[in-house]
Design a protein around this ligand. Structure first.
Ligand code: SAM
Length: 330
């Protein structure tokens, strides 16, 4: 078990397998993005070694993310291979965060590899609005992907970023739809990560306000469920569904943080909202054994900071953290 300097056990790793995405969501990326040269990415074999080293060190949950993880070529070979840790009982959960664009193709195979839950990012149920938000996304394909995931037996959680003046009139509809489909829903505040084309302060909508509004229409009961992550959960009594509220800006969630993030180039970020990182690529490539890699992971965990410094900077209008969410994964 890895314990950081503040006594937190690190049992969860989110690994970005690519920085590329087939969407260009307005709050996440600029339309004209420069991605990393493919040669800079860890190979699928290296990603497997990296994940396995974390599992050996006591990590119980791995989430593959990106960019869009399902657009990485041959990604299912990594998922299939990591399934061995689930079968061995070393890993409790292997999950994936996706925009849903490739799920119709991969849902059944994901289930076959041992994946039981997927997070699908969906900010609207309105096809025109979906186009405006994702720029390049295909609404029907995503909906078909979500249906395929459900049919394959995967538990689906919908992630919806709350955007002022964009989708704030849709929360009731999304809650009702998720309730009818049997999906959990998580609302996320926009985080100041990376330069985008527009002004982020225009999009920021505090979830404390959203919750107060929702309470006029739905009966919300606080749930004790904690995942060690930034979400607080409530039960929506009318639908029976669970609603998560991710509030990095209005709430400090760092005291229970159990996770680290690794980029597709093998840099480990001990905090989503800080710049400090540890290079895992060099030790990974320096030898065939995992000694150096394990030492580098432990050395990084020993530097995990107490918390993040996100602020929406209204005066300077620049991101608090320079890298985009697609670099570290959501
Ligand atoms: N492509 C996958 C997807 O769409 O879920 C995985 C990566 S995406 C970066 C992960 C999540 O981060 C998505 O739910 C996305 O909406 C969210 N996200 C991206 N940029 C964000 C930002 N600046 N603030 C809050 N959430 C953001």
């Amino acid at each position: 078990m890895m314990i950081d300097p503040f006594g937190r056990a690190i049992s969860y790793v989110r690994i970005s397998v690519t920085d590329r995405c087939d969407f260009r969501c307005v709050y996440c990326m600029a339309e004209d993005m420069t991605f990393l040269p493919k040669k800079d990415l860890l190979t699928l074999e290296e990603l497997d070694r990296l994940c396995s080293a974390f599992v050996d060190l006591g990590v119980r949950k791995i989430r593959l993310t990106g960019g869009e993880p399902l657009v990485r070529r041959n990604i299912m070979s990594l998922v299939r291979s990591l399934g061995r840790h689930l079968r061995a009982g070393a890993l409790a959960e292997l999950t994936i965060t996706t925009n849903g664009s490739q799920l119709d193709r991969f849902a059944a195979e994901l289930y076959g590899c041992g994946v039981r839950r997927v997070n699908v990012s969906l900010d609207t149920l309105d096809p025109g609005r979906f186009q405006a938000i994702t720029r390049w996304g295909k609404y029907d394909k995503v909906m078909a992907g979500i249906a395929a995931a459900k049919a394959a037996g995967l538990q689906v959680k919908i992630n919806m970023v709350a955007l002022k003046g964009v989708n704030e009139d849709e929360f009731d509809r999304m809650i009702a739809w998720c309730g009818a489909e049997g999906f959990d829903l998580t609302l996320i505040e926009t985080m100041p990560l990376g330069d985008i084309d527009g002004d982020r302060t225009d999009q920021y909508l505090p979830l404390s306000l959203v919750r107060a509004r929702l309470e006029q229409r739905w009966k919300l009961t606080d749930l004790p469920d904690r995942t060690g992550g930034p979400a607080r959960y409530v039960r929506i009594e009318e639908t029976g569904g669970r609603l998560g509220l991710i509030t990095p800006l209005t709430h400090n969630f760092c005291e229970s943080c159990n996770r680290v993030r690794v980029t597709c180039t093998g840099r480990m970020y001990m905090c989503l909202g800080q710049e400090d990182e540890a290079d895992l690529c060099a030790p990974l490539r320096a030898s065939e054994g995992d000694e150096l890699l394990r030492a580098a992971i432990l050395e990084g965990i020993a530097r995990k900071p107490k918390g993040h410094d996100f602020v929406i900077d209204r005066r300077h209008k620049r991101p608090a953290v320079k890298r985009h969410m697609s670099v570290t994964g959501g």
